[in-house]
Write a protein that binds this ligand. Sequence first.
Ligand code: GLN
Length: 559
Amino acid sequence: MNHAPKHPAGLWVLFGTEMWERFNFYGMRAILTLFMVNSLVMKEEEASLIYGGFLGLCYLTPMLGGFIADRFLGNRNCILLGGTMMAVGQMLLFFSASVFSTNLPLAKQLMWVALGVIIFGNGFFKPNISSMVGSLYPKQEKSKLDTAFTIFYMGINIGAFLGQFFCPILGDVKVDGVRDIFAFKWGFLAASIAMIIGTLVFLVLKNKYVVTPDGSPIGGLPSKNLASDYEEGEAQKAEFSLKSLILSVVAFIGLFFMFRYFLDGKNAIKTVIYPLIYASGITLAGLIISDKSLTKVERDRILVIYIVSFFIIFFWAAFEQAGSSLTFIADNQTDRNFFGWDMPASMVQIFNGIFVVILAFPFSLMWDNLRSKNREPLSPVKQAIGLAMIALSYFIIAYNVKDLGNTGLLAIGWLILLYFIQTVGELCLSPIGLSLVGKLSPKRFASLLYGVFFISNAAGYALSGTLGSILPATGDKFQKAESLGIDLQGVLNKTVTPTAEQIKLLEENQISATNPVFAGFEIHNLFEFFMVFVVLCGMASLVLLAISPRLKKMMHGVR
Ligand code: GLN
Protein backbone atom coordinates (compact mmCIF):
# COMPACT_ATOMS: atom_id res chain seq x y z
CA MET A 1 0.00 0.00 0.00
CA ASN A 2 2.69 2.51 1.04
CA HIS A 3 4.92 1.59 -1.87
CA ALA A 4 1.93 1.50 -4.28
CA PRO A 5 2.09 -2.04 -5.73
CA LYS A 6 1.48 -2.24 -9.46
CA HIS A 7 -1.92 -3.53 -10.40
CA PRO A 8 -2.74 -5.45 -13.57
CA ALA A 9 -4.13 -3.35 -16.43
CA GLY A 10 -7.28 -5.51 -16.31
CA LEU A 11 -8.22 -3.87 -13.02
CA TRP A 12 -8.63 -0.56 -14.83
CA VAL A 13 -10.84 -2.16 -17.49
CA LEU A 14 -13.07 -3.57 -14.75
CA PHE A 15 -12.89 -0.22 -12.96
CA GLY A 16 -14.10 1.60 -16.09
CA THR A 17 -16.82 -0.92 -16.88
CA GLU A 18 -18.16 -0.86 -13.32
CA MET A 19 -17.93 2.92 -13.20
CA TRP A 20 -20.22 3.33 -16.23
CA GLU A 21 -22.56 0.65 -14.93
CA ARG A 22 -22.90 2.35 -11.54
CA PHE A 23 -23.46 5.67 -13.39
CA ASN A 24 -26.46 3.99 -15.01
CA PHE A 25 -27.68 2.36 -11.81
CA TYR A 26 -27.33 5.19 -9.32
CA GLY A 27 -28.31 7.87 -11.85
CA MET A 28 -31.58 6.09 -12.46
CA ARG A 29 -32.02 5.37 -8.76
CA ALA A 30 -31.74 9.11 -8.01
CA ILE A 31 -34.73 10.10 -10.14
CA LEU A 32 -36.82 6.92 -10.10
CA THR A 33 -39.06 7.59 -7.10
CA LEU A 34 -39.61 11.23 -8.10
CA PHE A 35 -40.58 10.04 -11.57
CA MET A 36 -43.08 7.55 -10.12
CA VAL A 37 -44.64 10.16 -7.85
CA ASN A 38 -44.69 13.13 -10.24
CA SER A 39 -45.21 11.60 -13.66
CA LEU A 40 -46.87 8.28 -12.91
CA VAL A 41 -48.96 9.88 -10.11
CA MET A 42 -48.20 7.28 -7.46
CA LYS A 43 -48.24 7.92 -3.72
CA GLU A 44 -44.85 8.36 -2.05
CA GLU A 45 -45.67 5.36 0.13
CA GLU A 46 -46.22 3.17 -2.92
CA ALA A 47 -43.10 4.50 -4.67
CA SER A 48 -40.99 3.69 -1.60
CA LEU A 49 -42.31 0.13 -1.50
CA ILE A 50 -41.65 -0.43 -5.21
CA TYR A 51 -38.22 1.12 -4.84
CA GLY A 52 -37.34 -1.20 -1.95
CA GLY A 53 -38.67 -4.23 -3.81
CA PHE A 54 -36.77 -3.29 -6.95
CA LEU A 55 -33.45 -2.77 -5.18
CA GLY A 56 -34.02 -5.94 -3.18
CA LEU A 57 -34.55 -8.00 -6.31
CA CYS A 58 -31.46 -6.41 -7.87
CA TYR A 59 -29.46 -8.01 -5.05
CA LEU A 60 -31.35 -11.31 -5.09
CA THR A 61 -30.66 -12.08 -8.76
CA PRO A 62 -26.83 -11.99 -8.36
CA MET A 63 -27.17 -15.46 -6.85
CA LEU A 64 -28.66 -16.62 -10.13
CA GLY A 65 -26.16 -14.66 -12.22
CA GLY A 66 -23.25 -16.12 -10.25
CA PHE A 67 -24.62 -19.63 -10.59
CA ILE A 68 -25.20 -19.35 -14.36
CA ALA A 69 -21.73 -17.89 -14.85
CA ASP A 70 -20.05 -20.64 -12.80
CA ARG A 71 -21.88 -23.46 -14.53
CA PHE A 72 -22.63 -22.30 -18.07
CA LEU A 73 -21.78 -18.91 -19.49
CA GLY A 74 -18.67 -17.67 -17.69
CA ASN A 75 -18.12 -14.21 -16.19
CA ARG A 76 -17.39 -12.41 -19.44
CA ASN A 77 -20.54 -13.42 -21.27
CA CYS A 78 -22.66 -12.67 -18.21
CA ILE A 79 -21.22 -9.17 -17.92
CA LEU A 80 -21.97 -8.46 -21.58
CA LEU A 81 -25.45 -9.90 -21.26
CA GLY A 82 -26.19 -8.02 -18.04
CA GLY A 83 -24.84 -4.74 -19.41
CA THR A 84 -26.96 -5.03 -22.55
CA MET A 85 -30.07 -5.85 -20.52
CA MET A 86 -29.60 -2.85 -18.26
CA ALA A 87 -29.11 -0.54 -21.26
CA VAL A 88 -32.35 -1.89 -22.73
CA GLY A 89 -34.14 -1.48 -19.39
CA GLN A 90 -33.13 2.16 -19.12
CA MET A 91 -34.29 2.73 -22.68
CA LEU A 92 -37.69 1.29 -21.69
CA LEU A 93 -37.82 3.76 -18.79
CA PHE A 94 -37.03 6.48 -21.32
CA PHE A 95 -40.06 5.36 -23.35
CA SER A 96 -42.20 5.16 -20.22
CA ALA A 97 -41.22 8.72 -19.30
CA SER A 98 -42.01 9.80 -22.87
CA VAL A 99 -45.56 8.45 -23.10
CA PHE A 100 -47.03 8.86 -19.59
CA SER A 101 -48.97 12.04 -20.39
CA THR A 102 -50.86 10.47 -23.28
CA ASN A 103 -51.06 6.87 -22.11
CA LEU A 104 -50.58 6.39 -18.37
CA PRO A 105 -51.39 2.65 -18.26
CA LEU A 106 -48.83 1.95 -21.01
CA ALA A 107 -46.24 4.08 -19.22
CA LYS A 108 -46.80 2.07 -16.04
CA GLN A 109 -46.50 -1.23 -17.88
CA LEU A 110 -43.31 -0.09 -19.54
CA MET A 111 -41.94 0.85 -16.15
CA TRP A 112 -42.66 -2.62 -14.72
CA VAL A 113 -41.03 -4.35 -17.68
CA ALA A 114 -38.06 -1.98 -17.51
CA LEU A 115 -37.51 -2.65 -13.81
CA GLY A 116 -37.75 -6.40 -14.43
CA VAL A 117 -35.15 -6.28 -17.21
CA ILE A 118 -32.82 -4.16 -15.07
CA ILE A 119 -33.20 -6.56 -12.12
CA PHE A 120 -32.01 -9.52 -14.20
CA GLY A 121 -29.38 -7.43 -15.97
CA ASN A 122 -27.93 -6.41 -12.62
CA GLY A 123 -28.02 -10.04 -11.49
CA PHE A 124 -25.86 -11.06 -14.42
CA PHE A 125 -23.53 -8.12 -14.13
CA LYS A 126 -22.82 -7.40 -10.48
CA PRO A 127 -21.49 -10.68 -9.01
CA ASN A 128 -19.41 -11.42 -12.08
CA ILE A 129 -17.60 -8.13 -12.29
CA SER A 130 -16.78 -8.33 -8.55
CA SER A 131 -15.49 -11.87 -8.71
CA MET A 132 -13.34 -11.04 -11.74
CA VAL A 133 -11.49 -8.48 -9.63
CA GLY A 134 -10.45 -11.35 -7.37
CA SER A 135 -9.50 -13.59 -10.30
CA LEU A 136 -7.04 -11.03 -11.68
CA TYR A 137 -4.65 -11.82 -8.88
CA PRO A 138 -2.83 -15.15 -8.74
CA LYS A 139 -2.64 -16.88 -5.34
CA GLN A 140 0.70 -15.37 -4.38
CA GLU A 141 -0.61 -11.86 -4.99
CA LYS A 142 -3.81 -12.07 -2.95
CA SER A 143 -2.34 -9.59 -0.46
CA LYS A 144 -2.98 -6.89 -3.05
CA LEU A 145 -6.68 -7.67 -2.95
CA ASP A 146 -7.64 -5.20 -0.21
CA THR A 147 -6.17 -2.31 -2.20
CA ALA A 148 -7.61 -3.70 -5.42
CA PHE A 149 -11.08 -3.68 -3.87
CA THR A 150 -10.53 -0.19 -2.52
CA ILE A 151 -9.67 1.03 -6.05
CA PHE A 152 -12.67 -0.83 -7.41
CA TYR A 153 -14.94 0.64 -4.71
CA MET A 154 -13.76 4.07 -5.82
CA GLY A 155 -14.71 3.22 -9.41
CA ILE A 156 -18.18 2.30 -8.13
CA ASN A 157 -18.53 5.62 -6.40
CA ILE A 158 -17.03 7.80 -9.14
CA GLY A 159 -19.70 6.24 -11.34
CA ALA A 160 -22.37 6.83 -8.70
CA PHE A 161 -21.23 10.43 -8.41
CA LEU A 162 -21.36 11.04 -12.17
CA GLY A 163 -24.76 9.39 -12.48
CA GLN A 164 -26.18 11.30 -9.54
CA PHE A 165 -24.91 14.50 -11.12
CA PHE A 166 -25.95 14.10 -14.73
CA CYS A 167 -29.27 12.26 -14.38
CA PRO A 168 -30.74 14.82 -11.95
CA ILE A 169 -29.35 17.76 -13.98
CA LEU A 170 -31.11 16.39 -17.05
CA GLY A 171 -34.12 14.73 -15.47
CA ASP A 172 -35.04 16.47 -12.20
CA VAL A 173 -35.74 19.91 -13.62
CA LYS A 174 -37.69 22.74 -12.03
CA VAL A 175 -38.63 25.88 -13.94
CA ASP A 176 -39.54 28.82 -11.67
CA GLY A 177 -40.00 26.39 -8.81
CA VAL A 178 -42.40 24.17 -10.78
CA ARG A 179 -41.27 20.67 -11.67
CA ASP A 180 -41.01 19.82 -15.36
CA ILE A 181 -42.57 16.35 -15.27
CA PHE A 182 -41.52 15.71 -18.87
CA ALA A 183 -37.79 15.99 -18.16
CA PHE A 184 -37.25 12.64 -16.39
CA LYS A 185 -36.85 10.86 -19.72
CA TRP A 186 -33.54 12.61 -20.40
CA GLY A 187 -32.16 11.27 -17.14
CA PHE A 188 -33.10 7.71 -18.12
CA LEU A 189 -31.64 8.19 -21.60
CA ALA A 190 -28.36 9.35 -20.07
CA ALA A 191 -28.34 6.23 -17.86
CA SER A 192 -28.89 4.03 -20.90
CA ILE A 193 -26.07 5.68 -22.83
CA ALA A 194 -23.74 5.25 -19.84
CA MET A 195 -24.51 1.54 -19.76
CA ILE A 196 -23.87 1.22 -23.50
CA ILE A 197 -20.48 2.90 -23.04
CA GLY A 198 -19.64 0.56 -20.14
CA THR A 199 -20.56 -2.53 -22.11
CA LEU A 200 -18.53 -1.36 -25.12
CA VAL A 201 -15.50 -0.58 -22.95
CA PHE A 202 -15.58 -4.14 -21.68
CA LEU A 203 -16.28 -5.69 -25.07
CA VAL A 204 -13.40 -3.93 -26.77
CA LEU A 205 -10.74 -4.12 -24.05
CA LYS A 206 -11.37 -7.47 -22.36
CA ASN A 207 -9.30 -9.71 -24.65
CA LYS A 208 -6.26 -7.52 -24.45
CA TYR A 209 -6.24 -6.66 -20.76
CA VAL A 210 -8.49 -8.90 -18.68
CA VAL A 211 -6.03 -11.77 -18.75
CA THR A 212 -3.77 -13.70 -16.37
CA PRO A 213 -0.11 -12.69 -16.10
CA ASP A 214 0.68 -15.33 -18.75
CA GLY A 215 -1.93 -13.91 -21.11
CA SER A 216 -4.79 -16.44 -20.91
CA PRO A 217 -8.31 -14.98 -20.69
CA ILE A 218 -9.99 -14.59 -17.28
CA GLY A 219 -13.68 -15.33 -16.83
CA GLY A 220 -14.13 -17.44 -19.98
CA LEU A 221 -16.45 -20.41 -20.33
CA PRO A 222 -16.46 -22.64 -17.21
CA SER A 223 -15.92 -25.73 -19.38
CA LYS A 224 -12.46 -24.33 -20.10
CA ASN A 225 -11.46 -24.04 -16.40
CA LEU A 226 -8.26 -25.87 -15.56
CA ALA A 227 -7.93 -28.27 -12.63
CA SER A 228 -4.70 -26.42 -11.81
CA ASP A 229 -6.81 -23.41 -10.79
CA TYR A 230 -7.74 -25.32 -7.62
CA GLU A 231 -5.73 -26.51 -4.66
CA GLU A 232 -4.86 -30.18 -4.58
CA GLY A 233 -7.66 -32.38 -3.28
CA GLU A 234 -10.06 -29.44 -3.20
CA ALA A 235 -13.62 -30.06 -4.36
CA GLN A 236 -14.17 -27.84 -7.39
CA LYS A 237 -17.83 -27.25 -6.83
CA ALA A 238 -20.49 -27.62 -4.22
CA GLU A 239 -22.67 -30.70 -4.79
CA PHE A 240 -25.88 -30.96 -2.80
CA SER A 241 -27.73 -34.21 -2.26
CA LEU A 242 -31.19 -34.60 -3.76
CA LYS A 243 -32.59 -34.94 -0.25
CA SER A 244 -31.25 -31.58 0.93
CA LEU A 245 -32.41 -29.92 -2.28
CA ILE A 246 -35.95 -31.22 -1.79
CA LEU A 247 -35.90 -30.19 1.88
CA SER A 248 -34.79 -26.73 0.81
CA VAL A 249 -37.66 -26.36 -1.62
CA VAL A 250 -40.13 -27.36 1.10
CA ALA A 251 -38.50 -24.98 3.58
CA PHE A 252 -38.57 -22.20 1.01
CA ILE A 253 -42.29 -22.62 0.40
CA GLY A 254 -43.02 -22.74 4.14
CA LEU A 255 -40.94 -19.65 4.85
CA PHE A 256 -42.43 -17.78 1.92
CA PHE A 257 -45.94 -18.24 3.26
CA MET A 258 -44.88 -17.46 6.80
CA PHE A 259 -43.38 -14.10 5.79
CA ARG A 260 -46.35 -13.46 3.55
CA TYR A 261 -48.62 -13.97 6.53
CA PHE A 262 -46.63 -11.59 8.74
CA LEU A 263 -46.19 -8.95 6.07
CA ASP A 264 -49.85 -9.02 5.34
CA GLY A 265 -50.96 -6.11 3.22
CA LYS A 266 -52.70 -5.22 0.01
CA ASN A 267 -49.54 -4.38 -1.85
CA ALA A 268 -48.03 -7.13 -4.03
CA ILE A 269 -44.52 -5.89 -3.29
CA LYS A 270 -45.07 -6.61 0.41
CA THR A 271 -46.85 -9.91 -0.07
CA VAL A 272 -44.78 -11.44 -2.87
CA ILE A 273 -41.40 -9.79 -3.39
CA TYR A 274 -40.38 -9.17 0.21
CA PRO A 275 -41.29 -12.74 1.33
CA LEU A 276 -39.42 -14.07 -1.73
CA ILE A 277 -36.24 -12.24 -0.71
CA TYR A 278 -36.40 -13.19 2.98
CA ALA A 279 -37.26 -16.84 2.27
CA SER A 280 -34.53 -17.22 -0.38
CA GLY A 281 -31.86 -15.91 1.97
CA ILE A 282 -32.75 -18.22 4.84
CA THR A 283 -33.18 -21.26 2.58
CA LEU A 284 -29.86 -20.83 0.83
CA ALA A 285 -28.12 -20.26 4.16
CA GLY A 286 -29.70 -23.43 5.54
CA LEU A 287 -28.76 -25.47 2.48
CA ILE A 288 -25.09 -24.54 2.74
CA ILE A 289 -24.73 -25.01 6.50
CA SER A 290 -26.38 -28.45 6.41
CA ASP A 291 -23.75 -29.77 3.99
CA LYS A 292 -22.15 -32.91 5.45
CA SER A 293 -18.69 -32.22 4.05
CA LEU A 294 -18.15 -29.17 6.27
CA THR A 295 -15.62 -29.39 9.08
CA LYS A 296 -16.27 -27.81 12.51
CA VAL A 297 -13.99 -24.86 11.72
CA GLU A 298 -15.64 -24.26 8.35
CA ARG A 299 -19.08 -24.43 9.91
CA ASP A 300 -18.15 -21.95 12.65
CA ARG A 301 -16.79 -19.54 10.09
CA ILE A 302 -19.87 -19.81 7.91
CA LEU A 303 -22.04 -19.10 10.96
CA VAL A 304 -20.06 -15.91 11.49
CA ILE A 305 -20.88 -14.87 7.90
CA TYR A 306 -24.57 -15.48 8.66
CA ILE A 307 -24.54 -13.56 11.91
CA VAL A 308 -22.78 -10.60 10.33
CA SER A 309 -25.13 -10.76 7.33
CA PHE A 310 -28.11 -10.53 9.68
CA PHE A 311 -26.81 -7.37 11.32
CA ILE A 312 -25.97 -5.59 8.09
CA ILE A 313 -29.63 -5.86 7.04
CA PHE A 314 -30.31 -2.97 9.42
CA PHE A 315 -27.46 -0.98 7.97
CA TRP A 316 -28.71 -1.11 4.37
CA ALA A 317 -32.31 -0.60 5.45
CA ALA A 318 -31.29 2.70 7.00
CA PHE A 319 -28.67 3.63 4.40
CA GLU A 320 -30.96 3.12 1.43
CA GLN A 321 -33.41 5.75 2.60
CA ALA A 322 -31.23 7.90 0.31
CA GLY A 323 -33.29 7.12 -2.76
CA SER A 324 -36.71 7.23 -1.12
CA SER A 325 -37.65 9.00 2.13
CA LEU A 326 -34.52 11.17 2.24
CA THR A 327 -35.10 12.23 -1.37
CA PHE A 328 -38.73 13.07 -0.58
CA ILE A 329 -37.57 15.09 2.43
CA ALA A 330 -34.94 16.82 0.28
CA ASP A 331 -37.71 17.54 -2.21
CA ASN A 332 -40.41 18.69 0.17
CA GLN A 333 -38.96 19.97 3.40
CA THR A 334 -35.40 21.12 2.71
CA ASP A 335 -33.83 24.44 1.89
CA ARG A 336 -31.55 23.17 -0.90
CA ASN A 337 -29.68 26.41 -1.36
CA PHE A 338 -26.11 25.27 -1.95
CA PHE A 339 -23.82 28.29 -2.32
CA GLY A 340 -26.57 30.23 -4.01
CA TRP A 341 -27.73 27.37 -6.22
CA ASP A 342 -30.97 25.44 -5.67
CA MET A 343 -29.69 21.89 -5.91
CA PRO A 344 -32.16 19.35 -7.39
CA ALA A 345 -33.58 17.15 -4.62
CA SER A 346 -32.47 13.94 -6.28
CA MET A 347 -28.88 15.19 -6.39
CA VAL A 348 -28.46 15.61 -2.66
CA GLN A 349 -27.51 11.93 -2.29
CA ILE A 350 -24.46 12.61 -4.48
CA PHE A 351 -22.54 13.50 -1.32
CA ASN A 352 -22.29 9.81 -0.48
CA GLY A 353 -20.31 9.07 -3.65
CA ILE A 354 -18.16 12.18 -3.21
CA PHE A 355 -17.27 11.26 0.35
CA VAL A 356 -16.43 7.66 -0.60
CA VAL A 357 -14.03 8.90 -3.28
CA ILE A 358 -12.40 11.29 -0.79
CA LEU A 359 -12.28 8.86 2.14
CA ALA A 360 -11.64 5.42 0.64
CA PHE A 361 -7.85 5.67 0.52
CA PRO A 362 -7.43 7.43 3.86
CA PHE A 363 -9.51 4.63 5.36
CA SER A 364 -7.47 1.85 3.86
CA LEU A 365 -4.30 3.64 5.01
CA MET A 366 -5.77 3.93 8.49
CA TRP A 367 -6.53 0.20 8.67
CA ASP A 368 -3.00 -0.58 7.40
CA ASN A 369 -1.57 1.70 10.02
CA LEU A 370 -3.58 0.19 12.87
CA ARG A 371 -2.72 -3.30 11.63
CA SER A 372 1.00 -2.57 11.74
CA LYS A 373 0.55 -1.52 15.36
CA ASN A 374 -1.54 -4.61 16.04
CA ARG A 375 -4.52 -2.45 16.92
CA GLU A 376 -6.78 -3.05 13.94
CA PRO A 377 -10.33 -3.80 15.15
CA LEU A 378 -11.83 -7.18 14.38
CA SER A 379 -14.05 -7.05 11.24
CA PRO A 380 -17.37 -7.46 13.15
CA VAL A 381 -16.30 -4.64 15.47
CA LYS A 382 -15.71 -2.42 12.42
CA GLN A 383 -19.18 -3.31 11.28
CA ALA A 384 -20.67 -2.47 14.68
CA ILE A 385 -18.98 0.93 14.31
CA GLY A 386 -20.62 1.27 10.88
CA LEU A 387 -24.04 0.62 12.40
CA ALA A 388 -23.36 3.08 15.22
CA MET A 389 -22.50 5.73 12.62
CA ILE A 390 -25.83 5.30 10.87
CA ALA A 391 -27.63 5.59 14.21
CA LEU A 392 -25.66 8.76 14.97
CA SER A 393 -26.43 10.30 11.58
CA TYR A 394 -30.18 9.88 12.04
CA PHE A 395 -30.01 11.01 15.65
CA ILE A 396 -28.55 14.35 14.52
CA ILE A 397 -31.19 14.74 11.81
CA ALA A 398 -34.00 13.74 14.18
CA TYR A 399 -33.06 16.60 16.49
CA ASN A 400 -32.90 19.04 13.61
CA VAL A 401 -36.34 18.25 12.27
CA LYS A 402 -37.88 18.27 15.73
CA ASP A 403 -38.81 21.94 15.74
CA LEU A 404 -39.48 22.40 12.04
CA GLY A 405 -43.24 22.05 12.45
CA ASN A 406 -45.25 21.81 9.27
CA THR A 407 -43.71 24.73 7.43
CA GLY A 408 -40.04 25.00 8.44
CA LEU A 409 -37.27 23.82 6.12
CA LEU A 410 -34.27 21.66 6.98
CA ALA A 411 -30.96 23.24 5.93
CA ILE A 412 -29.20 21.17 3.26
CA GLY A 413 -26.04 21.21 5.39
CA TRP A 414 -27.65 18.73 7.78
CA LEU A 415 -28.29 16.26 4.96
CA ILE A 416 -24.69 16.70 3.80
CA LEU A 417 -23.52 15.95 7.34
CA LEU A 418 -25.81 12.92 7.40
CA TYR A 419 -24.24 11.57 4.19
CA PHE A 420 -20.76 12.25 5.55
CA ILE A 421 -21.36 10.24 8.72
CA GLN A 422 -23.14 7.49 6.78
CA THR A 423 -20.21 7.25 4.36
CA VAL A 424 -17.79 6.81 7.25
CA GLY A 425 -20.10 4.01 8.40
CA GLU A 426 -20.26 2.51 4.91
CA LEU A 427 -16.47 2.36 4.69
CA CYS A 428 -16.31 0.58 8.06
CA LEU A 429 -18.87 -1.97 6.94
CA SER A 430 -19.28 -2.53 3.23
CA PRO A 431 -15.81 -3.24 1.75
CA ILE A 432 -14.91 -4.97 5.03
CA GLY A 433 -17.92 -7.26 4.68
CA LEU A 434 -17.03 -8.19 1.10
CA SER A 435 -13.51 -9.16 2.03
CA LEU A 436 -14.61 -10.92 5.24
CA VAL A 437 -16.87 -13.25 3.26
CA GLY A 438 -13.91 -13.99 0.98
CA LYS A 439 -11.67 -14.77 3.93
CA LEU A 440 -14.14 -16.94 5.87
CA SER A 441 -15.69 -18.97 3.03
CA PRO A 442 -14.49 -22.43 2.10
CA LYS A 443 -13.60 -21.99 -1.59
CA ARG A 444 -16.17 -24.47 -2.86
CA PHE A 445 -18.97 -22.44 -1.28
CA ALA A 446 -17.51 -18.99 -1.94
CA SER A 447 -19.86 -17.81 -4.67
CA LEU A 448 -22.91 -19.23 -2.91
CA LEU A 449 -21.89 -17.52 0.33
CA TYR A 450 -21.48 -14.28 -1.58
CA GLY A 451 -25.00 -15.00 -2.74
CA VAL A 452 -26.17 -15.20 0.89
CA PHE A 453 -24.28 -12.00 1.65
CA PHE A 454 -25.88 -10.19 -1.28
CA ILE A 455 -29.30 -11.50 -0.26
CA SER A 456 -28.78 -9.92 3.14
CA ASN A 457 -28.24 -6.65 1.23
CA ALA A 458 -31.46 -7.47 -0.61
CA ALA A 459 -33.28 -8.05 2.68
CA GLY A 460 -31.93 -4.71 3.88
CA TYR A 461 -33.32 -3.03 0.79
CA ALA A 462 -36.68 -4.72 1.23
CA LEU A 463 -36.77 -3.51 4.82
CA SER A 464 -35.72 -0.07 3.58
CA GLY A 465 -38.81 -0.03 1.40
CA THR A 466 -41.07 -0.91 4.32
CA LEU A 467 -39.41 1.69 6.52
CA GLY A 468 -39.41 4.34 3.79
CA SER A 469 -43.13 3.85 3.37
CA ILE A 470 -43.78 4.96 6.97
CA LEU A 471 -42.53 8.47 6.20
CA PRO A 472 -45.17 10.74 7.76
CA ALA A 473 -46.56 13.78 5.92
CA THR A 474 -43.89 16.39 5.12
CA GLY A 475 -44.47 20.16 5.04
CA ASP A 476 -45.64 20.30 1.41
CA LYS A 477 -48.59 18.01 2.27
CA PHE A 478 -49.79 20.31 5.04
CA GLN A 479 -49.55 23.31 2.73
CA LYS A 480 -51.32 21.53 -0.09
CA ALA A 481 -54.12 20.43 2.27
CA GLU A 482 -54.44 23.95 3.58
CA SER A 483 -54.85 25.28 0.05
CA LEU A 484 -57.68 22.77 -0.32
CA GLY A 485 -59.22 24.10 2.87
CA ILE A 486 -58.39 21.01 4.94
CA ASP A 487 -56.72 21.05 8.36
CA LEU A 488 -54.44 18.05 7.78
CA GLN A 489 -52.85 18.24 11.24
CA GLY A 490 -56.32 18.13 12.78
CA VAL A 491 -57.27 15.18 10.57
CA LEU A 492 -54.10 13.29 11.51
CA ASN A 493 -54.61 14.07 15.22
CA LYS A 494 -58.22 12.91 14.83
CA THR A 495 -59.48 16.19 16.30
CA VAL A 496 -61.09 17.03 12.95
CA THR A 497 -63.25 14.52 11.12
CA PRO A 498 -62.87 14.98 7.36
CA THR A 499 -65.91 14.80 5.10
CA ALA A 500 -66.08 12.14 2.40
CA GLU A 501 -65.43 14.92 -0.11
CA GLN A 502 -62.25 15.96 1.74
CA ILE A 503 -60.98 12.39 1.98
CA LYS A 504 -61.41 12.11 -1.77
CA LEU A 505 -59.55 15.38 -2.32
CA LEU A 506 -56.67 14.21 -0.14
CA GLU A 507 -56.57 10.89 -1.99
CA GLU A 508 -56.44 12.69 -5.34
CA ASN A 509 -53.48 14.68 -4.13
CA GLN A 510 -51.63 11.57 -2.92
CA ILE A 511 -51.98 12.60 0.75
CA SER A 512 -52.77 10.03 3.46
CA ALA A 513 -55.49 10.91 5.96
CA THR A 514 -53.90 8.78 8.68
CA ASN A 515 -50.45 8.57 10.23
CA PRO A 516 -48.29 5.61 9.21
CA VAL A 517 -47.88 2.73 11.67
CA PHE A 518 -44.78 0.62 12.27
CA ALA A 519 -44.69 -2.45 14.51
CA GLY A 520 -47.83 -1.21 16.26
CA PHE A 521 -46.46 2.32 16.85
CA GLU A 522 -48.05 5.29 15.15
CA ILE A 523 -45.44 7.58 13.56
CA HIS A 524 -46.64 11.14 14.20
CA ASN A 525 -43.82 13.22 12.77
CA LEU A 526 -40.38 13.24 11.16
CA PHE A 527 -38.66 13.13 14.55
CA GLU A 528 -40.29 9.81 15.37
CA PHE A 529 -39.59 8.57 11.84
CA PHE A 530 -35.85 9.15 12.16
CA MET A 531 -35.77 7.75 15.69
CA VAL A 532 -36.93 4.40 14.27
CA PHE A 533 -33.56 4.15 12.49
CA VAL A 534 -31.65 5.36 15.53
CA VAL A 535 -33.20 2.65 17.68
CA LEU A 536 -32.89 -0.17 15.11
CA CYS A 537 -29.29 0.53 14.11
CA GLY A 538 -28.21 1.54 17.60
CA MET A 539 -29.47 -1.72 19.08
CA ALA A 540 -27.99 -3.77 16.25
CA SER A 541 -24.63 -2.08 16.83
CA LEU A 542 -24.63 -2.77 20.57
CA VAL A 543 -25.61 -6.42 20.20
CA LEU A 544 -22.99 -7.03 17.51
CA LEU A 545 -20.35 -5.40 19.68
CA ALA A 546 -21.39 -7.50 22.66
CA ILE A 547 -21.12 -10.80 20.80
CA SER A 548 -17.91 -9.96 18.94
CA PRO A 549 -15.59 -11.76 21.43
CA ARG A 550 -17.59 -14.92 20.76
CA LEU A 551 -17.43 -14.30 17.00
CA LYS A 552 -13.68 -13.87 17.26
CA LYS A 553 -13.40 -17.44 18.61
CA MET A 554 -15.66 -18.77 15.87
CA MET A 555 -13.52 -17.14 13.18
CA HIS A 556 -10.56 -19.36 14.16
CA GLY A 557 -7.72 -16.97 13.43
CA VAL A 558 -9.30 -14.96 10.62
CA ARG A 559 -9.67 -11.27 11.47
N1 GLN B 1 -22.43 1.12 -3.12
C1 GLN B 1 -21.91 -0.18 -3.31
C2 GLN B 1 -22.21 -0.71 -4.70
O1 GLN B 1 -22.99 -0.15 -5.39
C3 GLN B 1 -22.39 -1.14 -2.24
C4 GLN B 1 -23.81 -1.50 -2.33
C5 GLN B 1 -24.10 -2.76 -1.52
O2 GLN B 1 -23.27 -3.60 -1.29
N2 GLN B 1 -25.29 -2.90 -1.06
O3 GLN B 1 -21.67 -1.71 -5.08
